[in-house]
Ligand binder design. Structure first.
Ligand SMILES: N[C@@H](CCC(=O)N[C@@H](CS)C(=O)NCC(=O)O)C(=O)O
Length: 207
C-alpha cells in the first residue's frame, strides 16, 4: 500500500505513525497538495492529503476513515481506538479535541500565511486561534499515561502538538502545558515518531 502526503500534515503523520505502530508495510508518496495539485487530484478528487492506496488499487481518503480501516483490519485486540464503552468515548473526545485544534489553528495559519495580506481577516484569525487554544487547554487537563502501549488519542495529540509548534508556535510554547510537553517528549522519542518527524511547515507563503 502507498501513503500519499507529506509529514508536515498532522493528518498524514498520524496515519504514518499508526501504520508503523500496527506493523503495516507501506511505501510513501511525498507529492504536495500545493506544488502537485493536479497530480494530487488524480489520487483524491478533493485534492487533499492523506490518501492511502490499497494493494488492490482502492483509495481511502480522510485520515479518520483510513485509521478506521487500519483498526478494522487488525481487529479489536490491536486497534488503536478502544472498541466500545467509556474508554472508547474518552478516546474519541480526545481525538476530536486534537483534530479540532488542528482544524482551527490550521485555518488560522492558512489565513495568516497563505492568503495575501490585504485580504486577511484578523478577527477570524483570532477566533480560530481562541478555539484551538481552548481545545489544547482541555487536552492539557486530561490524565495522560506516562508509559505503556501507544493509542490513537496519544498519537493524534502528539501530532497536533508538533503541528502547532511549526505552524503557530506562540500558541504552545514549552512550559505552558507541562502535561502536553511530557506527552510530546515521550511520543517523539519513539522510533515511529522519529521516522516521521517533520522539520518544517511547508506552505506557499504570501507577504
Ligand atoms: N479531515 C481531513 C483533513 C485533511 C486536511 O486538512 N489535509 C490538509 C493538509 S493538513 C490538506 O490537504 N490541505 C490542502 C487543502 O485542503 O487544500 C483528514 O482528516 O484527512
Amino acid at each position: 500500500m502507498v501513503l500519499v502526503g507529506q509529514y508536515d500534515s498532522p493528518y498524514v503523520r498520524r496515519v504514518a505513525i499508526s501504520l508503523r505502530v500496527l506493523g503495516f508495510e507501506h511505501e510513501h508518496d511525498t507529492r504536495s497538495v500545493f506544488a502537485d495539485f493536479d497530480a494530487m487530484r488524480e489520487v483524491n478528487p478533493l485534492g487533499r492529503i492523506p490518501a492511502l492506496v490499497l494493494e488492490g488499487g482502492e483509495v481511502l481518503i480522510d485520515s479518520a476513515a483510513i485509521l478506521d480501516w487500519l483498526d478494522q483490519t487488525v481487529g479489536p485486540e490491536h486497534a488503536l481506538v478502544p472498541p466500545a464503552g467509556a474508554e472508547r468515548w474518552r478516546a474519541l473526545r480526545r481525538i476530536a479535541l486534537a483534530t479540532g485544534a488542528i482544524d482551527k489553528i490550521g485555518a488560522a495559519a492558512y489565513e495568516r500565511l497563505i492568503r495575501p495580506s490585504a485580504l486577511r481577516w484578523p478577527e477570524w484569525i483570532e477566533r480560530c486561534r481562541t478555539q484551538g487554544m481552548g481545545a489544547i487547554a482541555a487536552l492539557a487537563a486530561e490524565p495522560w499515561p506516562s508509559g505503556g502501549a501507544m493509542d490513537q488519542a496519544q498519537i493524534t495529540t502528539a501530532c497536533m502538538i508538533r503541528y502547532v509548534r511549526m505552524a503557530d508556535p506562540e500558541l504552545l510554547p514549552p512550559g505552558r502545558h507541562p502535561s502536553l510537553d511530557a506527552l510530546a517528549d515521550r511520543c517523539e522519542a519513539l522510533a515511529e515518531f522519529q521516522a516521521t518527524w517533520p522539520a518544517d511547515y511547508v506552505v506557499p507563503r504570501h507577504p
